[in-house]
Ligand binder design. Sequence first.
Ligand code: PSV
Ligand code: MN
Length: 400
Amino acid sequence: MNEHQVSRVHAALDHFCIETPSWGFSDTGTRFGKFFQDAAAINTADKLADAGHVHALTGCCPTVAVHALWDFTPDSDPAEVALEAHRHGVCIGAVNPTLFQSQEYMLGSFASPDPAVRQMAISHAIDAIDIARRVNSKLLSLWFPDGTNYPGQDNIRNRKRHFTQALQECHNHLDENQRLLVEYKPFEPAFYHTDIADWGMAYLLAKAAGPRAKVLVDTGHHYLSQNIEQIVAWLLDEKMLGGFHFNDRRYADDDLTLGSIDPYQIFRIFHEIHGYAADQGGAYPEISYVVDQCHNIKPKIEAMLQTVTTAQQLYAKAALVNHEELSKHQSKGQIVDAEEVLKKAFNTDVTGAIAEWRRGRGLGADPLAEHRASGYAQDAARDRRRRREEMGIKQTVCFV
Ligand code: PSV
Ligand code: MN
């Protein structure tokens, strides 16, 4: 890599932050069960400690996404949670209302046919906006389980209108500096139709909700072979891209660690973002990058570090695309040369430049190796095993 390339990598890393999810540090699994780890977080304080540790090692994860019902009990003081985060060197990021586990939501939340349930869901989302305000977060991130399981089960157009109204109501409660993100998903847990099934539906609902509503792209929430970078390009062009939930998948919403299956796809997504910024004279749009993964058979922190460092690498590689050369080839229809511009950037080894960037910030060159050498996981396992015993929690553990 020449000096110019190294400085492009450094400039990209200087502004690239990725938020870790509180739920990525606790025991999670699939619907077929969980495999327990002693070192997994028991409570919100543990999750924030783990998130702080990941940030201390990587220097690029200063915020933590939280889920309203998982991280805030009805009697907990949000300001205390924010303080706890600060104690670990991080801040609270996106606040996610939890609209998918209460029994009332069997037929949906914002789109439930029962007006009382719709009201309950809206009140919970408004409470989450209040939590966001009190923890100084600018983001309310909304995902809904809503949909139906059988043809004829409910009126799809009515449900769409319920969503529009409810999102408008939420939008009315936002502060000037807060934003609302609408996430889409084609199926699961509803299997006949999902109310916000794709980016077009999320786009229309966000538009109808108000100017501070944008679309959130979860990379796992697409049908196989869908061109996600095209969706990203369109949303960027419409100024409607609000954020990402990053994970990888082989089949559907597999929630695997980022880049484990298809790193080139994430590179192509980042390329669209760098290309857009280049067209805007180097100004990057405000995009929230959040990890959303459920690594149930990898040690939690190691999996998080893998995802974060992979995101940095791919973001850095995509920053190396030579846009002038690319558009020259594009305008002449030089397909092979145009594609080679992307491949050349993707195949560049950025490891040295990233290590240098880390050293410049007083960080170790290899976060995973640093983590393993730190003994953090062993200490957490010992402490959390003892606390679980004291709490009367008995579980067979698969590994530390
Ligand atoms: C749903 O599959 C989802 O992607 C939403 O973003 C939730 O908030 C998250 O997963 C919870 O695991
Ligand atoms: Mn998600």
